[in-house]
Design a protein around this ligand. Sequence first.
Ligand code: SAH
Ligand code: AVI
Length: 355
Amino acid sequence: MDAFFASPEQQICRTLLEAYSGHGSTIIRGSSETDPLQDFARSTASGLVSAPRRLECRFLYDAEGSALFERVTQQPEYYLTRTETSILAANAACIRELTGPVTLVELGSGSSAKTDFLLRAWLEQGERVCYVPVDVSESALSGACSAITAKYPRVRVIGVNYDFREAFSLISKLSPTLVLLLGSTIGNFSPQEMSRFFMTLSGAMTPGDGFLLGIDLVKDRSLLEAAYNDAAGVTANFTRNIFARMNRELGSAIDTDAIEHVATYDRVKEQIEIYARFTRQQTFLLAPLGRQFAIPPGDMVQIEISRKFRLERVLPYLEEFGFSTEEIFTDERNWFALLLLRRRPRYYSARGRGR
Ligand code: SAH
Ligand code: AVI
């Protein structure tokens, strides 16, 4: 596996030229202008003084966090991954038929485990397949790229180790594409972040390109709260890990035994809210900034939201960004939905520029 260190845009162009003749996997790492430790420290500092105190969930996924997330997906209470996997297993061939032989670009790809069904459906049609996973987690991305290349040598894998919000311009260069955002990762965005995401994505896509979006649906509160409070305590360790990561990378000296994981469903906002509650006074050191923050006992830090969706609201909302619905795939209990959307040739958005 080869790695480059330049801007992702330059690299992806070069890599794409090679893609038709090359094989195996390539990982593109952006030469970020911001130092990753400064980025983490600055984001933490501003999050700790906001109300409520909150952290950006992209920092949950260092190597430990990505490994813990994979374990979360295997917990009996966490129905999301199993349900979405069953929908993909049943419908991958149909999705391939509807989209044709397009490049697969997956945002927040993680282990790429579910994508296996799509890769197989693409390969069954006999043509060369190009898969572009994009993820901030270097360990998850390199593990996924190696595994896919070992299993499917005919798949050209171009991994992009980058924040997907900064990699949108790559999407236009890869058209025709099917952009994937699975696992209900969109639910981890606030309403404002989600609107910004869809507007930028739509602007980067070429009319006719496909978008496969996985969303978790509103359901009984007890099922939702169980999914984020597994009995084995793996999700609680996933919560604690962001603070353990601060200790490892920012020298924060936080007592992770003083952290309680709190995950509750807000019925009005239709979202799970995950907090770390500190049972003892803490002083967070942020060594790269030379600053420290006192957190009193009982204080909570929001580490993630996980929004749940209703089809009757989300489909018209997506229309506003130029995404028309081609097919809705769901499971027999209607717990999760995979939406196959198509970027419309022309649209007028009340929320932003039309194209
Ligand atoms: N799609 C996989 C993984 C979901 S976990 C699944 O459905 O199981 C969310 C993934 O998104 C993680 O791998 C995390 O590293 C990645 N991620 C989160 N925020 C990101 C961002 N801003 N840019 C790129 N990747 C991100
Ligand atoms: C990645 N994301 C969609 C997961 C979710 O369900 O919101 C993250 C997660 N957090 C705790 N458990 C799972």
